[in-house]
Design a protein around this ligand. Structure first.
Ligand code: ZN
Length: 345
């Protein structure tokens, strides 16, 4: 086996809708592959949790093989297996954890069960080198939204007292589903927003703010719907693209403002933004500009590494190995509610 710095690690991610497999050598990404899965059907309510788990099962072997072949390595070359042990959908997590155990057992390699949220943070290591210690992390996606302080991604991740009443993706989906706003069926808000004019709807300052670091995305959602309705009554419908653009900009505004306030309060100079919603084009440039103005260095992984993926899991597994932490037991559980403070299980 190679030393930990050059360990070849396979990462398996199945906590939600995408089957993601990644291969890293130490801190270097060799390849990753994502099966499309049933994400669209699951979001539109056509596929339930069992369908999603079955899709992971069917996609597992072909996606592992695809990632290995892209990386130019074979199963026997692997030094360790890492897998998302939680949080996430229970049935989906179980498929990934069972597969990871099978690979670890068959190959006689150590297994690292890791936290999905900490893995999103670890993804920031791949393109831009070692994570500053500490850094702050803002994670946002359909399923989870959190603000974290990360002294060391391998050993200590602390949730900050930030709460969102709804996850970012959930709020986007609800706005897109509002009858009368004219959103094209099934289109993601990011795509619709591309041609929109964000100034079409103006929000009063503080919309979306909760107490202290808390966000009130439900409040923002209500505000956007009410304003669109009022405009419609006054002079005809507001184009869906404008509603989408205004809403996205308002979300980016409230999230980045809070994240920067957190950095200032904790004397942290570096902010990492990750999670599926961070892959959206409208978020990336404004977040960059706002961090520049505030003198905060921003780490924004490329879109494919912001979405759920196996590379981030493999990277966190490699970080744990390099830090000399013990692997997980082979009977490690999948934990749908794994707290972010448990980086490994
Ligand atoms: Zn995620």
């Amino acid at each position: 086996m190679s030393g930990p710095d050059g360990a070849l690690v396979l990462g398996i991610e199945t906590s939600c809708h995408e089957t993601g497999i990644g291969v890293v050598r130490g801190h270097t990404l060799l390849a990753h592959a994502v099966a499309p899965g049933v994400a669209e059907r699951a979001r539109s309510g056509e596929a339930g949790p069992e369908d999603v788990a079955r899709a992971h099962l069917e996609a597992m072997t072909p996606t592992v093989n695809r990632a290995l072949s892209r990386a130019g390595v074979g199963l026997p070359d692997l030094d360790a297996i890492a897998v998302t042990a939680g949080p996430g959908l229970a049935g989906s997590l179980m498929v990934g954890v069972a597969a990871a155990k099978a690979y670890a057992l068959a190959l006689g390699r150590p297994l690292y069960g890791v936290n999905h949220l900490a893995a999103h943070v670890a993804a920031g290591r791949l393109e831009h080198g070692a994570l500053p210690q500490p850094c702050a992390a803002l994670l946002m996606s359909d399923e989870h939204s959190s603000l974290l302080l990360v002294p060391d991604v391998a050993t200590e991740v602390r949730p900050l007292d930030a709460a969102m009443d709804e996850a970012v993706g959930e709020v986007f989906a609800k706005v897109a589903g509002t009858p009368g706003l004219g959103f094209p069926e099934g289109a993601g808000i990011d795509r619709v927003a591309r041609d929109g004019l964000p100034d079409a709807i103006v929000f009063p300052p503080g919309t979306g703010d909760g107490e202290a670091y808390d966000f009130s995305l439900a409040g923002l959602r209500t505000a956007v719907v009410r304003r669109a309705e009022a405009r419609e009554r006054a002079g005809g419908p507001v184009p869906a693209a404008d509603v989408a653009a205004a809403f996205q900009d308002a979300v980016v505004d409230v999230l980045t403002r809070k994240a920067i306030a957190v950095c200032r309060e904790h004397g942290v100079r570096d902010l990492l933004i990750g999670g599926g919603a961070a892959a959206g084009a409208r978020l990336r440039e404004p977040a960059r500009q706002r961090c520049d103005v505030a003198g905060i260095r921003l780490r924004l992984p490329e879109p494919g590494l912001c979405d759920d993926n196996g590379a981030m899991v493999a990277t966190l597994g490699a970080e744990l190995m390099i830090a000399g932490l013990q692997p997980s037991a082979l009977d490690l559980p999948a934990d749908a509610y794994l707290p972010v403070t448990s980086i490994t299980v």
